[in-house]
Write a protein that binds this ligand. Sequence first.
Ligand code: FAD
Length: 510
Amino acid sequence: MRDADTIVIGGGHSGLTAAARLAQAGQRVLLFECRPDVGGRAATLSFGDGFRVPGLLHDTQHLFDGAVRQLRLDRAGLHRDEAPAAWLNPQTTGPGLLLHHEAGQAHAEIAAHSARDADRYADYRQHFDRLRPEVAPLLRRVPPDPSAGVLELLRAGWGARGLLLRRDLLDILRTLPMCVADWLNEWFEGDLLKAGLALPAVAGEFTGPWSPGTNALLVVQNCTVAGAVRGGPAGLIKALLATCREYGVTIRTGTEVTAVVVEGGAARGVQLADGSRCNAERVVAAISPKDLLTRLVPAGAFRPQVVERARQIRTRGTTAKLHLGVRGEVRFAHRDAAVSRARIAPSIDAIERAFDPVKYRRFADRPVLDVWIPTVEEPGLAPAGHSVVSVLVHYASADLAGGWTAAQRQGLATVVRDTLGRYIPDLASRIVSEQLLTPADLAAEFRLPGGHLGHGELGLDQMLVRPTLDCARYATPLAGLTLASSGCFPGGGLTCASGLLAAERVLETA
Ligand SMILES: Cc1cc2nc3c(=O)[nH]c(=O)nc-3n(C[C@H](O)[C@H](O)[C@H](O)COP(=O)(O)OP(=O)(O)OC[C@H]3O[C@@H](n4cnc5c(N)ncnc54)[C@H](O)[C@@H]3O)c2cc1C
């Protein structure tokens, strides 16, 4: 007897998106999540005495509009800001650079460091405004079949004709494989501006700004950026959960899937950790593709080459997370008003130097930091009169030489606190709670083989064909088994894109 039409493994934002779409289309959907709550890495986390962080990650500015519309997430309470958030790249000796979205304010801030950069920044923004209508749709559709030959590529080329017919096509092709440092050096001279713009293109990756191909990620990010979700990642999860409930998805949290059940050459259900089994017409896996293909699918269900390619997916984690509960308000040096977002990266070379140690399985002694103070917008996340400081720490090796001993953990926490303290001078004496998640903790806690945040590194090769040649269009060589997590095209981040596109692929064939 069937327990559902479709079983979804994983209740992160991709799993919730896929489940909601399939249930919206009339399927009976059963979703299993091994953690106590849904949300995956976007779920709210508690630490210390009464402090909360609304999601491990910070950036909700790349949501797929098509998913918001299709699932009517605004009706379920999703609100987005009109424009991307401002961020500060602070200085120890001056007010730093606060990059507003609004053109006039951005010009004034940049001009305080370089008049030339201030003028060029408007052109830089226009460059992406012109690219966006052609690039963004390519990232929001099922990618071409890498094994289907020239006809399929021509079909994909037709979809991208806007881009291919551009007079500056050669220049676009020239810049995509560049390293982000070289490209930003063509535009600007100021260290704070260049480093602040470059950081998101390498954050979370096993790359530094001088690594080839990193500019492609900068282009992708700038062509998909929009206003942030109110309430952060947790705000998105709340809306997705309400949508799943509205369409009747059955959700079982605290339930680990230990294997995919294969019968008659097709995925027909899942085995649970308590030994029970659930049956369905098909299985959609919104978890790490590497974990799924190498561990959860029984040996022999795939050709050996399929499993070998899955093993080769690069998933090296380079990011740690530090949460601080702080007495009073948190202000950056030389800034009068509270700022909620900062990128602490003094220069492109400082980012590169922070990246160097992970190549040798160490962590940076001068890390670069992505800082979010969510209590600026939502004071209720901390006890009265306190603040939360959420810090993404780049770079630290998941596979640390000698392992993540207590001393190594203490060492990492100390260098992060020291770095922050240079820009928020009175911070140290006001810290009342602290939670450190090393890349190895994140890997274990959130089931990320290797510790990479997006279920697979975003090198150019792994962006174009994702996760592997055999599974690049969500379907796998095993009938009835579809992939949906951000380990699939178009890649990591809170976009809802892979969850929605995977569900659409299932509906095409159901
Ligand atoms: C520290 C950190 C910072 C990040 N920063 C950003 C950022 O600022 N902006 C951004 O856009 N992206 C960021 N990312 C990446 C982003 O978090 C991911 O791309 C996104 O959360 C992936 O969503 P998902 O639903 O595909 O997977 P996940 O969120 O990983 O969800 C998968 C779910 O499946 C569950 N699961 C796994 N195995 C099983 C099993 N066998 N049985 C049952 N359940 C299972 C897991 O518990 C999890 O809840 C960050 C990630 C991390 C960890």
